[in-house]
Design a protein. Structure first.
Length: 94
């Protein structure tokens, strides 16, 4: 019980620091987090619904690939001539 309260206070302090120093907008942070979750689990769920050949190794590869693309894509996107949201290459690579 004490550990959970300490964790809540630490997270609240972290959010305060991010908001105070304007490290990034909250919208960008939330979008970045949800794109990671969406790229990691979205393609696997869709493929599992429509295919019987999905196994645990393919699912693990999809999770890793989606996570890596969501981390790397914001740094690669400025070198592309047009702006592409990370879900497009993430779904293609997964």
């Amino acid at each position: 019980m004490l550990a959970s309260r300490i964790c809540i206070l630490l997270v609240a302090d972290l959010v305060y620091v991010i908001g105070y120093f304007k490290i990034s907008t909250f919208y960008d942070l939330v979008r970045y987090g949800w794109s990671g979750l969406g790229l990691s689990f979205g393609p696997i769920l869709i493929f599992a619904l429509f295919s019987n050949s999905v196994n645990k190794y393919g699912a693990l590869a999809g999770i890793i690939t989606g996570g890596v693309v969501s981390i790397i894509w914001p740094y690669v996107n400025p070198f592309v001539n047009y702006t592409v949201y990370s879900l497009v290459p993430g779904f293609l690579f997964s």
